[in-house]
Design a protein around this ligand. Structure first.
Ligand code: AMP
Ligand code: ZN
Length: 479
């Protein structure tokens, strides 16, 4: 197996991955801010961290992985107050939607899902430690972090500190990124909005202190890996480092991994451009969860991902090709024995798959290893050269692939139904059904029963039943 190499933003280069404790990985992922439905860009980052954790598990590491739900945030508190709801009531819908979305994309649950609102005490204690070490100063009921006292500030994002003015403060957690400014650890209450009564005064935590406090509570002073989208490196992660390292005097995280953003048709996603998609928007248009997971994972995480509907369609065909190949292996009656060179060919694909993922999660290289093998084995099958004795090795390789990519199980219909899609009223229109039925008839004529069955299943998943009449005609009806 290849040595695992990961790009570490802190080092500014690719490094060999060695955890602190052999065989164990302590990892923290900044989770969603649950003030709205997460969008496909967010899921690009969450699928990346899922590929990372699945690959580390495949390589035998025991994972201790924490993901938080940011349920304290300026927008959440303001929206909850405007809606006359408690924070829990306001966020619950979005928290559940996030869990549902993760299930539909086969994003594994981390070892710990945690909520900021459950850890206010820990945040307050961390701020008290920073107060004792004089890293803080109060102003108008809020408490700020004094960046000038932490000379290493900027080491992660390499932000230029020359413009920093002592005491220039910012209350907004998500400020413009041109310069570093002292940031709020604790914010004074705003009229009509929720606040906590605490030993450091009434108020609410800033976003950055939430992650520092929760990460160290669950994973100890030094984590192995910290992940997030590239926009979080500054100021969020820079501030996490400043807070944690000032308090403990130890390195906070050893490897920082940042996923590049997803663009839609080459543009930044935004509601005003009309190119802003949640998972539900795509599933409502008839796209499958497995196609989206494949599309999000197929581009290596440090490259921008240009999301297009063509690309999503291609992802769906890629998944289909893999599932058809698995069906062929399962159903095919091949001649006994082994094909010359096939065992070595499969072993080479497995090595190349591992080498691809070991190379800073180069998913494109790993997928190429899989598709090259599938193409060659399909050709061998078509020629009648593929043998039964090679089936189990090929299946084992597909199973290994799927431990990381998680798209092989034919469960899109179930997943969509669980989210309330796929009922007849949101199912396909007559023309589309007629077209698929015709494709199935053509496949049957060619004795391509794998394709015929797949189309039947796809239609069934979408609420359409096909009936083959005795006279050879084919009818369909909605369930
Ligand atoms: P948020 O809910 O805004 O805190 O974001 C959750 C995660 O999604 C963070 O890791 C962000 O960096 C990431 N993220 C936000 N926008 C995008 C995007 N367009 N592409 C990829 N990741 C994103
Ligand atoms: Zn965070």
């Amino acid at each position: 197996m290849a040595e695992i190499q990961l790009h570490n933003t802190l080092a500014g280069k690719i490094e060999k991955f060695v955890p602190q404790k052999a065989g164990e990985v302590r990892m923290y992922t900044c989770g969603p801010t649950v003030y709205d439905y997460a969008h496909i860009g967010n899921y690009r980052t969450f699928v990346f961290q899922d590929i990372l954790r699945r690959f580390l598990k495949l390589r035998g590491f025991k994972l201790n992985h924490v993901m938080n739900l940011t349920d304290v945030d300026d927008r959440i508190i303001a929206n909850a107050a405007a809606a006359g709801k408690s924070i829990r009531d306001y966020t619950e819908k979005f928290v559940q939607a996030f869990f549902d979305d993760c299930r539909s994309l086969s994003i594994e649950a981390p070892e710990h899902w945690i909520r900021a609102t459950d850890h206010i005490d820990d945040m307050v204690k961390l701020i008290e430690r920073l107060q004792q070490k004089t890293f803080t100063y109060p102003s108008e009921g809020s408490i700020y972090y004094r960046i000038a006292k932490f000379p290493e500030y900027g080491k992660l994002s390499k932000v230029d500190l020359t413009g920093i003015q002592a005491g220039a403060r910012v209350d907004n957690d998500r400020y413009e990124k041109e310069s570093a400014r002292d940031f709020a650890l604790w914010k004074a209450p705003k009229p009509g909005e929720h606040f906590w009564e605490t030993p450091i005064g009434p108020g609410r935590p800033g976003w950055h202190i939430e992650c520092s406090a929760m990460a160290m509570k669950f994973l100890g002073d030094t984590l192995d890996i910290h992940t997030g989208g590239v926009d979080l490196a500054f100021p969020h992660h820079e501030n996490e480092i400043a807070q944690s390292e000032a308090a403990t005097g130890k390195p906070f995280a050893r490897y920082w991994l940042h996923a590049e953003h997803l663009l839609v048709e080459g543009e930044k996603m935004s509601k005003s451009l009309g190119n802003f998609y949640t998972l539900r928007d795509l599933f409502g248009k008839g796209y499958k969860p497995s196609a989206l997971r494949f599309a999000l994972s197929s581009v290596p995480y440090r490259k921008q991902l240009n999301f297009t509907f063509d690309g999503l369609q291609q992802a769906a065909s890629s998944v289909e090709r893999l599932r058809n190949f698995a069906d062929r292996l399962k159903q095919g009656k091949f001649p006994a024995g082994k094909q010359k060179g096939m065992a070595a060919r499969i072993a080479k694909a497995a090595d190349e798959f591992d080498a691809g993922l070991s190379e800073d999660l180069n998913t494109a290289r790993a997928l190429a290893a899989v598709f090259d093998l599938v193409r060659e084995a399909n050709i061998a099958m078509d020629k009648g050269e593929f043998r039964q004795g090679d089936v189990s090795a090929a299946q084992e390789f597909l199973a290994t692939f799927d431990k990381v990519f998680a798209v092989m199980e034919d469960n899109d219909g179930e997943k969509l139904r669980a989210l309330g899609f796929g009922r007849p009223e949101s199912g396909p229109g007559d023309t589309e059904i007629d077209k698929l039925v015709a494709e199935r008839n053509a496949a049957k004529k060619k004795r391509d029963f794998v394709t015929a069955d797949r189309i039947r299943k796809e239609l069934a998943d979408r609420g359409i039943i096909i009936e083959d009449a005795k006279d050879g005609s084919v009818r369909w009806k909605r369930k």
